[in-house]
Design a binder for this molecule. Structure first.
Ligand code: IPM
Ligand code: MG
Length: 355
């Protein structure tokens, strides 16, 4: 029997509700494949601030390092919004990404046929389909650059800095992913203004030579934001920096109409990774059995695929989710006229029953 250690960070808000459902699914699927998962629950985010006075306790990071993968719910909430920068729950995310060396963030955005009605785009646009992958650099750029305030407090700054090494390794991730998809990479930057973007372009051009079958194009970030709503079907892999990727991945997920459905993976060279839904902690609906657990359940599918090398388990989870959707079950976020409205727990149970 194979055994794996999984660190579980449910976090704050609906992170707790959805993670509970995902763990049940993971247990069931691992049993099916004669695999034992050892879950260790650890704290990060607002709940860790309340308990330990810091968003990312050392013990949490250490436990993650000892594990094969991390499943994360969501962090943050209005209760902790009053705290200054370093003390905020979001700091836990940056600490985990940086501390675990997870430089590649994979954010697939696809539209589920049965959920097309939930997309805010016109039918003519959404019917052409959306199936793209945002490959976001996650441990560099302005998120990790030097920042501060000038002594007299009259100004503040944050620095965007990228090394050749950082650009190269994320570019390789994007090209490799494209090879398994539609073989198209759109590298997004602001090279008409930023020097770091000009370096980004040069390096990406260089890496592209190693993938002659992949078609590379460059697009400015403002144009990309516009193209995503104009004709999302033109994209396959979007390769971009930390900050641009943050913004564009929210946009990409929203146009699918399924933000409560989208999973993400943060990975590095080896099989270790951290998996989480794209959506946030939604404190307004936390603990009310209203959240959609499907993004977290699908994140666990990515975990099986990338970190545990169990792609068949991943496919089983994905098929179970699709089957439940096809039967018309919907949580509030993806509910449309004529469908069957269910809560967090019932949605989890329905997926479980499919497996
Ligand atoms: C995300 C989030 C985080 C980010 C925040 C919560 C720090 O928006 O994962 O996209 O900006 O990276
Ligand atoms: Mg974001």
């Amino acid at each position: 029997m194979k055994e794996f250690k999984i660190a579980v960070i449910a976090g704050d808000g609906i992170g707790v509700d959805i993670t509970e459902q995902a763990l049940k699914v993971m247990e069931k699927i691992s049993a099916k494949y004669d695999t034992k998962l050892h879950f260790t629950k650890v704290l990060a985010g607002g709940c860790a601030i309340d308990e330990f006075g810091t968003p990312l306790p050392v013990e949490t990071l250490e436990e993650c390092k000892k594990s094969d993968a991390v499943l994360l719910g969501a962090v943050g909430g209005p209760k902790w919004d009053v705290l200054p920068g370093e003390g905020r729950p979001e700091k836990a995310l940056l600490g985990l990404r940086g501390g675990l060396g997870l430089y590649a963030n994979l954010r697939p955005a696809q539209v589920y046929d049965v959920l097309k009605a939930a997309s805010p785009l016109k039918d003519a646009i959404i019917n052409e389909g959306v199936d793209l992958l945002v490959v976001r650099e996650l441990t560099g750029g302005i998120y990790f650059g030097e920042r501060g305030r000038d002594e007299d407090g009259s100004s503040a700054y944050d620095t965007e800095r990228y090394s050749v090494h950082e650009i190269k390794r994320i570019a390789h991730v994007a090209f490799k992913a494209a090879m398994l998809r539609k073989k198209k990479v759109t590298s997004v930057d602001k090279a008409n203004i930023l020097e770091s973007s000009r370096l980004w372009r040069e390096v990406v051009e260089g890496v592209a030579k190693e993938y002659p079958q992949v078609e590379l194009s460059h697009l400015y970030v403002d144009n990309t934001a516009m193209q995503l709503v104009r004709k999302p079907s033109q994209f396959d892999v979007i390769l971009t920096s930390n900050m641009f990727g943050d913004i564009l991945s929210d946009e990409a997920s929203m146009i699918t109409g399924s933000i409560g459905m989208l999973a993400s993976a943060s990975v590095r060279e080896d099989s270790f990774g951290m998996y989480e839904p794209i959506h946030g902690s939604a404190p307004d609906i936390a603990g009310k059995d209203l959240a959609n657990p499907l993004a977290q359940i699908l994140s666990s599918a990515m975990l099986f695929e990338y970190s545990l090398n169990m792609p068949q388990a991943a496919r089983d989870i994905e098929s179970a989710v699709e089957a439940v959707l096809n039967k018309g079950y919907r949580t509030g976020d993806i509910f449309t006229e004529g469908m069957k409205r269910v809560g967090t727990k019932e949605m989890g149970e329905l997926v479980l029953a499919q497996i």
